[in-house]
Design a protein around this ligand. Structure first.
Ligand SMILES: NC(=O)c1ccc[n+]([C@@H]2O[C@H](COP(=O)([O-])OP(=O)(O)OC[C@H]3O[C@@H](n4cnc5c(N)ncnc54)[C@H](OP(=O)(O)O)[C@@H]3O)[C@@H](O)[C@H]2O)c1
Length: 331
């Protein structure tokens, strides 16, 4: 499905964008356009990748005209550009609205104008029953993507919009692992928010497998959620104390806008949730069950468990698994 495709990644210089670019280059894709604002990050990425199929486009997703030009002849758009740091967004909420909400609408409008085949936005567990502005803006991004299919003229347009939603990418920029590692290696105290806190965990490789699986098999107007494990902050603390001599702890408390536990699917969404073996699919409430079953050739069943899917009730990683992940991240 990816062979010969022209692809655009908004936010292509970020943690996910770079990993996705690397993965996509393993296929016989025609071109990958990277769209982001900071030229230094693009220069660095271009020298690290050095592949003639890559194009670097300076642009801001707040600028619709730029997006329309950047999507000429594009088949697939991965929309990864976002402001994502919770405390920064709590302090500058309107900037996040401009990028994560207005920018996402611009991505939708430009994709429709350029008749892009598939447009996939990258969502987060923080968008579910959101407590902070980041989560609220990403919830709106998902809503815009799911309802974008309503604008389609089915006879004229081929564009399919859908969302993937997952939890913290282990070791990605801003996550606790790089912060704790830096603190432990420099003999600083590691800064624990709350030992009872839990989070979902997905590795970058798992996230990429999941995104590509959904890109190939996704229909339209759906949110896909992977079945993933979680961890508690006390587990991470224990692993660090076992692995580093004299690793001391500083309890800093939960930061404004942070939840004790994250939710990937809340109780209300569970009513529209379908089990697809390795993942869940949350359908558009306006689509009839029979039509969904038909479009999946009956290889799908409605979820019977209506309890929310949270980082507290999901299976936890073992200490050995956490140690292995930290070792792999350090390499
Ligand atoms: N990391 C996680 O744990 C995680 C979990 C779930 C979902 N997600 C979602 O996955 C996506 C990627 O996350 P990430 O970890 O790769 O983030 P990241 O490392 O912070 O990368 C963000 C990218 O977006 C670009 N960007 C920001 N504002 C932009 C704008 N206005 N116009 C164009 N480009 C812009 C940045 O480059 P410039 O600053 O140069 O523009 C950068 O390339 C985000 O949508 C995030 O919400 C992340």
């Amino acid at each position: 499905m990816l062979e010969g495709k022209k692809i655009l990644i908004t936010g292509g210089t970020g943690s996910l964008g770079q990993a996705l670019t690397k993965r996509l280059l393993e296929f016989d894709v025609d071109t990958i356009r990277i769209l982001s604002r900071n030229e230094s990050k693009q220069v660095q990425m271009s020298s690290e990748f050095s592949d003639t199929r890559l194009r670097f486009l300076i642009g801001d997703i707040r600028d619709k005209e730029r997006l329309i030009k950047s999507m000429e002849d594009i088949d697939i758009v991965f929309h990864a550009a976002a402001l994502k740091h919770v405390p920064i967004i709590e302090y500058n909420p309107f900037e996040a609205i401009k990028t994560n909400v207005v920018g996402s609408q611009n991505v939708i409008d430009a994709s429709l104008i350029q008749d892009v085949e598939k447009v996939i936005c990258i969502g987060t567990d923080k968008a579910v029953s959101p407590l902070n502005t980041y989560g609220a803006t990403k919830l709106l991004m998902e809503k815009l993507f799911i309802s974008a299919n309503n604008y389609l003229n089915i006879d004229k347009s081929r564009t399919k919009f859908f969302a993937v939603r997952y939890g913290n990418v282990f070791g990605s920029s801003g996550s606790v692992i790089p912060i704790f590692l830096e603190q432990a290696k420099n003999n600083k105290k590691i800064t624990i928010t709350n030992e009872a806190m839990t989070r979902f965990s997905i590795t970058m490789d798992q996230a990429l497998d999941f995104i590509l699986d959904c890109t190939i098999n996704g229909k339209a107007a759906e949110i896909y959620v992977p079945k993933i494990k979680g961890y508690s902050i006390s587990q991470i603390k224990d692993v660090f104390q076992e692995s580093f001599d004299n690793c001391e702890i500083e309890n800093i408390g939960i930061r404004p806008g942070e939840k004790l536990h994250e939710i990937l699917i809340n109780e209300e969404e569970m009513r529209y949730c379908w089990d697809l073996e390795n993942k869940f699919m949350i359908s558009n409430p306006s689509v009839k069950d029979d039509d969904i079953i038909k479009s999946y050739n009956s290889n799908i069943k409605k979820n019977s468990n209506l309890t929310s899917y949270t980082s507290e009730n999901t299976e936890k990683l073992s200490s050995e698994e956490i140690k292995k992940l930290i070792l792999e991240f350090e390499k």
